[in-house]
Design a protein around this ligand. Structure first.
Ligand code: FPP
Length: 282
């Protein structure tokens, strides 16, 4: 990627945002939020579909269907509010171990979602990226995913990342293998392998690290989701099940993020010291 591309890309992430965000039914003080306080990259673990359904005497697939409705509006809200990138954990490599019926219901929902939303997403300039092993998806889903990525490849709006057939450790192993291959082919020297080179081989290459991770359903773990990208993420856990997550709850998470004090290992008010400065050398 050339420098011009990089600055264009970063410009896209900082694209104009609304003056402030208001959700009419949000209780005070979470009514408005200034754009400069917004996270650039939000990741969400959409948990609790099964429990939502079971609690209502419904099959788990009904929870996933309701979860898809919630997801539709959270994507729209992210776009409305000018979030730069949104990464959603939709199907992990471990999820294949669920019952055949549940996996098939999820695959059906996925296909219907892409078929019904792709026009609107493309129209809204959303760029879709699938995080995970697309090749390992069933053929109809694979085709829909490849088509969605190709169709929106040049879009410059919200970066919508959907993790499917995704495992965080597998992503790290894949990045290591890709770097090793490049080293063997003489394209990169082993000592040139640094954090930037490693990040560049992840599914999220060229995206900033996650600023805010949201997980619903009261569980407090990261479950093999974006282990590299989450290292400095602020985490907000909402006790509601995913189908009940809405704009108001989302805004509360953003509000909680805005009041956090992020120090990245430094000390507030102190400029970072330069490593290997001239003074160090003397
Ligand atoms: C976790 O809840 C949720 C999932 C494994 C699937 C998430 C999928 C969707 C929200 C909809 C489909 C996605 C797209 C992109 C259309 P769980 O089933 O583990 O809930 P539980 O912990 O209560 O059992």
């Amino acid at each position: 990627m050339f420098l011009d591309d990089v600055s264009k890309f970063l410009g896209d992430l900082f694209r104009p945002k609304p003056d402030h965000i208001t959700v009419s039914s949000a209780p005070a003080p979470a009514k408005t939020l200034l754009p400069e306080k917004l996270p650039r990259h939000v990741a969400i673990i959409m948990d609790g579909n099964g429990r939502w359904a079971t609690g209502r005497g419904l099959p788990r697939s009904a929870g996933h269907a309701a979860g898809t409705e919630a997801l539709r509006d959270i994507i729209r809200a992210s776009d409305d509010w000018g979030i730069g990138a949104l990464s959603l954990y939709a199907f992990s490599t471990e999820n294949w171990s669920r019952s055949k019926d549940e996996v098939s219901a999820l695959m059906g929902l996925l296909l219907r979602y892409f078929n019904s939303e792709i026009d609107e997403l493309d129209e809204k300039n959303v760029k879709i990226t699938i995080l995970g092993d697309v090749e390992g998806m069933p053929q109809p889903q694979r085709e829909a995913l490849v088509n969605a990525m190709a169709r929106t490849a040049d879009n410059t709006g919200l970066r919508l990342n959907i993790a499917l057939n995704y495992g965080g450790r597998a992503e790290l192993v894949r990045a290591a293998q890709r770097l090793a291959r490049r080293a063997v082919e003489g394209e990169i020297a082993p000592e040139e392998i640094d954090e930037a080179a490693f990040s560049g081989e992840l599914y999220t290459a060229h995206l900033p690290d996650v600023d805010l991770l949201i997980r619903t359903s009261g569980e407090m773990r990261t479950s093999n989701f974006l282990p590299w990208q989450l290292v400095y993420a602020e985490m907000v856990f909402d006790s509601c099940y995913w189908p009940d997550f809405d704009r108001v709850r989302y805004l509360k998470c953003l509000w909680e993020y805005a009041r956090r004090d992020r120090r990245f290992g430094g000390v507030k008010g102190q400029a970072p010291e330069r490593a290997n400065s001239e003074e160090d050398a003397n």
